[in-house]
Design a protein around this ligand. Structure first.
Ligand SMILES: Nc1ncnc2c1ncn2[C@@H]1O[C@H](COP(=O)(O)OP(=O)(O)OP(=O)(O)O)[C@@H](O)[C@H]1O
Ligand SMILES: [Mg+2]
Length: 457
């Protein structure tokens, strides 16, 4: 934005308020004035469109139900014609569906009725820090997800867009594909960058401690609580809460979480009053959450709340053209942290990597390179140093035991299952948690299978 444009923009009113009720418009106008912002009012969609054609605003607030149409139409109109203008919808209390639809249509955020000054303040703060950030391109570091493949370029541009919104984002993708890195980028490029990013591995918290870990506890709330304890929600206040492996949450906790996310408040263990929070929720899992919903292992309402917008991290095998650049960066990083002299990949090694399926994605590439660096003797890493698993090479079909003639089905299936599990354990160096992740099953389920099949490590 040039100086002149900026001046022109800030000289007019800051906010356009669209609501057919005079009282509400007036109330919002006064509240905004208290926050130092001037505003215009429109009572209909037509009026709003006319004003948008004449002036430049920095924020638009719209009611959902208007005499000549609905607020969603305005959200769509604005995202098509004045893409830089953040628009927030005002929804009736409890109508979460509307809010979700609006976010999907491109709204920046929503406010629920009755609109409190605190809600407005939080919204205004995030809108104006986004705008301020827009002027400072030097701060943008979109290169932290390496790769120039079309898939990766698209992911980065979506991340930039998502960073400006406050909508919950669900990040899907295979193990090691960069889900956590993507979540950090969404946070770092957005208005909450200066506030905390709190990442929680939902699968790693013992069930009996979950509530106090998430919501905190007052001193004396349970035996062992000898001081007030801050929960994840409070720790992330003003910032972002990243729920990693959200599919591992037990059902009772899903209910409590849904409530906290929906109402933006929660109660600490041992507390009688509720605490208000302002956090943006990002979540991820390598599991198929939709299938978990169908199997009733994950609540549909929570899924719907978390998955307003989905960001899919492509597996490395779908963007093999990124491998040379990624490998280069990873090798440089490795030699720096280990103090070993820099090494490069031979032509043959690069070819082998490009043909490899990478079930563990970028993390696996890191591990392969680290091991190869230790094995290689010269300036180059050779294909043999990579120790790639032949069953994941090229077009070769996954190695499975041949169907034994005459054996019964269960025995055959057990054999396949044993083979797959043993392979996963071998790859993870005997680490069962990692093996379970790679197989897409819970730790508990893996342990059960190990026992059933009599596999000993
Ligand atoms: N595009 C990328 N550029 C550079 N490094 C990357 C990229 N994607 C992933 N990485 C690196 O690969 C490793 C795995 O990434 P990350 O932890 O974000 O994956 P994940 O999808 O969360 O994995 P998991 O499912 O195992 O939790 C990290 O060390 C990360 O820094
Ligand atoms: Mg992760």
């Amino acid at each position: 934005m040039t100086q002149i444009e900026r001046r022109a923009r800030s000289s007019g009113p800051d906010v356009l308020i669209v609501d057919d009720e005079d009282d509400i418009r007036e109330l919002l106008e006064l509240s905004l004035l208290r926050l130092g912002l001037s505003s215009d009012g429109a009572a209909t969609l037509a009026e709003a469109r006319a004003l948008l054609g004449q002036k430049r605003y920095r924020l638009c607030l719209t009611d959902m139900r208007l005499p000549d149409g609905d607020g969603l139409e305005l959200v769509r109109y604005i995202s098509e014609t004045c893409r830089d203008l953040p628009v927030a919808v005002i929804t009736a209390f409890g109508s979460m569906d509307n809010a979700v639809t609006a976010l999907k249509a491109g709204a920046f955020d929503y406010l629920s009725k009755p609109v409190s000054i605190d809600q407005l303040r939080a919204l205004v703060k995030s809108v104006f820090s986004v705008t301020a950030k827009d002027d400072d391109d030097s701060k943008k570091d979109t290169s932290s997800l390496t790769g120039e493949s079309p898939a990766m370029v698209q992911v980065r541009s979506l991340i930039e867009k998502l960073a400006r919104s406050q909508a919950p984002v669900f990040i899907s993708g295979e193990s090691g594909s960069g889900k956590e890195r993507a979540a950090r980028m969404i946070h770092d490029l957005g208005p909450r960058a200066a506030a905390p990013f709190v990442a929680v591995n939902c699968g790693a918290i013992p069930e009996n401690l979950m509530e106090s870990e998430f919501f905190g506890a007052r001193k004396g709330a349970f035996t062992g609580a000898d001081a007030d304890r801050e929960g994840f929600f409070q720790a992330a206040h003003g910032g972002t809460l990243f729920l990693d492996e959200v599919g591992d949450l037990p059902l009772p906790m899903q209910v409590k979480l849904l409530r906290a996310i929906q109402e933006k408040k929660f109660r600490r263990l041992g507390d009688t009053t509720e605490t208000q929070v302002d956090v943006r929720i990002l979540s991820a899992t390598h599991q198929n959450l939709k299938a978990m919903v169908e199997a009733t292992r994950f609540r549909q309402d929570l899924f719907y709340r978390l998955n307003v917008i989905e960001l899919r991290m492509p597996p490395l095998r779908e963007r093999a053209e990124d491998i040379p650049q990624l490998a280069g960066i990873l090798l440089a990083r490795l030699s720096e942290s280990s103090g070993l002299p820099p090494v490069r990949l031979s032509e043959g090694a690069l070819r082998a990597l490009k043909a490899y399926a990478f079930p563990g994605n970028v993390r696996e590439l890191e591990n392969i390179l680290e091991r190869a660096m230790a094995l290689s003797s010269g300036e180059f890493i050779e294909a043999d140093d990579l120790l790639l698993d032949p069953s994941d090479m090229g077009e070769a079909s996954p190695a499975a035991p041949a169907t034994p003639g005459g054996a019964d089905l269960q025995e055959y299936l057990d054999q396949v299952e044993r083979h797959v599990i043993e392979e996963a354990l071998e790859k993870s160096g005997g680490n069962r948690t990692a093996a379970a992740r790679a197989l897409g099953v819970t730790f508990r389920s893996l342990r059960y299978r190990l026992e059933r099949l009599g596999i000993k490590e």
